[in-house]
Design a protein around this ligand. Structure first.
Ligand SMILES: Nc1ncnc2c1ncn2[C@@H]1O[C@H](COP(=O)(O)OP(=O)(O)OP(=O)(O)O)[C@@H](O)[C@H]1O
Length: 837
């Protein structure tokens, strides 16, 4: 390889080169942006090919097309010499392409092992996911201990990236694409990853490496392709280029020094003084920032540096003394911190930095609302002017300020976060990874901005996992270990190797220090806790009922409670199914009534065998038809599930009333007897409900379909990204829900005995309540069929207990409302207990 900066390779693939990944003449236009313009790119087996370029140059778009998650307007994609004629994530994966995305495609409610499993071309058994994932995680994240059964929502960004990397490597890819994989990784894990990549390439894998960290690119890449404004600007041998030459190629012009000059140390005025700050994960930390200084924080994740920064921002409780420009600053309240001029640049951009669905303008101005509103009324022109000014200052690349910020490239989103924070004119800037995902040109602009703020008297504290950044930018760097400042570097000692060494020394300490959520915390945040909690509620209610009247334990009463539980349980299973996908079905109630009405024509005394067979078939068909209709309204019609199923609710109720304006038609007595059969005092319907709950629970937890269903509810975008058809799973859920609701009409028939259009109406609220009490999230992604059954039992018991204690029926509602509030509050609180910061 002999080309130089001035003589780039011809990127057109030759026939000998085409194995690996090959993209030929790819173009892609988004509204207002030509993201890719006739780009040709290839990565050969055994090479590491870096793809570099400014923010918004089109790197992620190109790789999304290679991975099949985005369709090109024109051009061809070939993986291992096979033309990806009909691009899809599945097809690309089957050909051996794995991708580590800039935004990890992980569903928060699923366990880490489950997330890794659903992204595999041929996923193994969900039951063995833990044992399978454990060694893969260990290999991907040197010293970061990650519990495969923990939910992804409990992970900090570094851990999420390690999971994303482990997920991709588990595929044993022939083509591995890494899109900014190290933005959140510390040096030890970066080194481990680069070594791993080299060994994969040595074994013949074609690796595409996207990064803004030029030293990494130089260290690992064999060839480098530069993208600018959607066009390929040349492919070069990495060995022929210096770092400065790569930087110049990316920017398209010579760039001066990346880091601005440091403080001359002549200022003595202290802008920020922190004394003896204590909080969760850090203890007795002092920090002083003088005018003109930038102070850096380093350390291994979990050693308290991030917790310290967040406490300073008022996000978590802390004690100690903080003064800003000599005045005492408040602790423990974000609002008060903001008022005192303390501004925080969040490290977790997607979770805390932006509101992805909102436009760029709102995201740019939302932190400084007071500046462009009067008496609470927004002044649109002033807002627009400020947004324009902020976006120009940071050169935010967006088709217009009205597009959703989520459609911008990662680096441009980061610029939006920073400029929106700086628009608050802060006295203190607490910046957590301020240059994550930002290109080298903008990076140097951000450094200059921060330096300018520092010189103007703003206290600037930067937390970064990049030692090079800290040594180049900061005047002083504190390295954290076990929640305390273990080393401080300044002047001539402030060098990258010193910081890196200090961090590595802390690694060994940290392995033992790394806090994991307590066992109780993990259990409370887990799948079984709601079952235990509802179980306790059921026992307590039972004791109350028995205390009020020993006949509570009579076979008649218990049998009655269980029969009602069976009916409610069946419809709650349906509701649970839909809620797992993030939906809700209000139409279950009139559907149950409609089933009873329909059967009051067919399953009557003296009905012919044909009529009876038709009656049963009609029950099933009605369920399938209503479920399909609901799904079509939601998924094809784009209606919200509440509106869609409310419309169906009204339509079904109207049909029932047309068929039976007044209750009438008697269900066959023999059929009622059969449905009401009991084994001892236990109704057969209850036994059926228990068996069904167990089967559904097993399917949900231990089969690929169950895991995928939960993934769709937890994060439809992440699910689509790993190749799951979210529409298909929502169809399954809505049809399943309606069929279960129709089946719940069978025990209802035996309870009502005649065709009554209003028979099932109370089941709308009670089915939702049973599922919520049973531990489901109304946002989708988590829930339990056993929980729904126990929730149904609790609800049925409340009715019985209020009757036995001879309380007014209003108490039914008080108790149910209370149980609902307590359980939902308890579950949402318990989920926090598994999170380690
Ligand atoms: N879904 C989308 N809708 C609209 N525009 C998009 C979408 N995805 C990307 N773009 C636009 O396409 C262009 C290329 O974006 P892309 O994410 O590929 O850039 P990038 O080189 O990966 O940048 P970065 O380094 O910041 O990640 C940008 O202008 C971006 O705003």
């Amino acid at each position: 390889m002999t080309s130089s900066t001035s003589t780039p390779h011809d990127p057109s693939p030759t026939s000998a080169d085409t194995a690996g990944l090959s993209l030929v003449g790819v173009s892609k236009r988004f509204p207002g942006v030509l993201a890719l313009d006739d780009v040709t790119f290839e990565a050969r087996p055994g090479e590491i090919h870096a793809l570099v370029g400014e923010n918004g140059a089109g790197k992620s778009t190109l790789m999304a097309i290679a991975a099949g998650s985005l369709r090109a307007d024109s051009g061809a994609v070939m993986i291992s010499d096979v033309d990806l004629a009909r691009p899809s994530v599945k097809a690309a994966r089957a050909l051996g392409l794995a991708i580590v995305r800039q935004h990890p495609a992980l569903a928060a409610d699923l366990s880490i092992a489950e997330n890794m499993l659903i992204a595999q071309p041929t996923p193994g058994a969900a039951r063995r996911a833990r044992a399978w994932a454990e060694p893969l995680l260990r290999a991907a994240g040197n010293d970061v201990r990650i519990e495969p059964t923990a939910r992804v929502e409990t992970l900090v960004p570094e851990q999420r990236f390690i999971v994303e990397i482990a997920k991709a490597l588990a595929q044993k890819p022939k083509v591995l694409v890494l899109d900014e994989p190290t933005e959140h990784l510390r040096a030890a894990n970066v080194a481990g990853l680069l070594a791993r990549i080299r060994s994969l390439a040595a074994d013949g894998t074609a690796v595409v490496y996207i990064s803004h960290r030029i030293h990494e690119v130089r260290a690992v890449a064999d060839r480098i392709t530069v993208l600018r404004d959607g066009r390929a600007r040349g492919t070069f041998d990495a060995g022929d280029l210096s770092e400065q030459e790569i930087v110049n190629l990316i920017a398209g012009r010579p760039l001066d020094a990346i880091f601005p000059a440091k403080s001359d140390g002549t200022e003595s005025r202290v802008t920020l003084e922190v004394t003896g700050l204590c909080g969760a994960h850090f203890d007795d930390v002092d920090l002083r920032v003088r005018k003109g200084e930038i102070v850096g924080l380093a350390g291994i994740e979990g050693n308290g540096q991030r917790a310290f920064l967040r406490a300073l921002a008022g996000l978590t409780p802390a004690s100690g003394s903080v003064t800003v420009d000599g005045a005492a600053a408040p602790l423990g309240s974000v609002r008060d911190s903001l008022r005192a001029g303390v501004a925080y640049v969040p490290g977790d951009r997607s979770q805390e930095g932006i509101i992805a669905g909102y436009d760029v303008r709102t995201n740019l101005t939302m932190r400084s609302r007071g500046d462009h509103s009067r008496y609470g009324v927004l002044l649109p022109r002033r807002e627009r002017d400020q947004a324009r000014c902020s976006s120009a200052e940071f050169k935010v690349k967006a088709p217009s300020l009205d597009v959703a910020v989520g459609t911008l490239s990662g680096g441009n989103q980061q610029k939006v976060v920073l400029s929106s924070v700086l628009a608050t004119k802060p006295k203190v800037i607490l910046a957590d990874e301020p240059t994550q995902g930002v290109d080298v040109g903008t990076r140097s602009e951000i450094y200059r901005h921060l330096r300018r703020y520092a010189e103007a008297g703003t206290a600037v504290v930067v937390l970064s996992s990049d030692s090079l950044e800290l040594s180049g930018l900061c005047d002083r760097v504190h390295v954290f270990s076990r929640g305390k400042v273990a080393a401080t570097y300044e002047g001539a000692d402030l060098t990258e190797p010193n910081i890196a060494r200090s961090i590595v020394t802390a690694t060994t300490e940290r392995v033992s220090h790394r806090t994991r959520a307590s066992r109780l915390g993990q259990w409370l945040a887990g799948h079984t806790a709601p079952l235990g909690l509802v179980g306790i509620g059921i026992v307590l209610l039972g004791l109350l009922g028995t205390y009020a009247d020993p006949r509570y334990l009579s076979a008649v009463n218990l049998g009655g409670i269980l029969a009602l539980t069976a009916t409610l349980g069946l419809v709650a299973f349906g509701q649970q199914l839909v809620m797992l996908t993030g939906g809700i079905d209000l139409s279950v109630a009139p559907l149950m009534g409609l089933v009873v009405v329909l059967e009051s024509f067919y399953l009557v005394d003296g009905a012919t065998a044909t009529d009876q067979a038709f009656g049963w078939l009609l029950l099933l068909l009605t369920g399938v038809a209503v479920g399909t209709l609901n799904w079509a309204l939601v998924d094809l019609g784009g209606l919200s599930p509440v509106i869609a199923t409310l419309a169906t609710y009204m339509a079904l109720q109207a049909v029932s009333l047309i068929l039976r304006p007044v209750p009438g038609g008697f269900i066959s007595g023999q059929l009622i007897d059969t449905i009401s059969t009991r084994v001892g005092f236990i109704p057969v319907t209850f036994i059926v409900a228990v068996v069904l709950a167990l089967i559904l629970e097993a399917l949900l937890l231990w089969t690929r379909t169950g895991v995928r269903l939960r993934a769709v509810g937890s994060d439809p975008e992440a699910a689509r990204t790993v190749g799951i058809s979210d529409k298909k799973y929502r169809l399954l859920a809505y049809v399943g829900c309606s069929v279960l609701a129709a089946l719940a009409g069978i025990p209802l028939m035996s309870q009502i005995g005649s065709g009554d259009a209003s028979a099932g109406l109370t089941y709308m609220l009670s089915s939702i309540a049973a599922v919520a009490v049973g531990g489901a999230s109304i946002f989708g992604g988590r829930g339990s069929f056993l929980g729904a059954l126990l929730g149904a039992l609790l609800l049925s018991q409340v009715n019985a207990v209020t009757a036995f204690v001879q309380l007014d029926t209003a108490w039914n509602w008080y108790i149910l409302g209370g149980a609902l509030l307590i359980s939902v509050a308890a579950y949402s609180k318990s989920r926090d207990l598994a999170v380690v910061t």
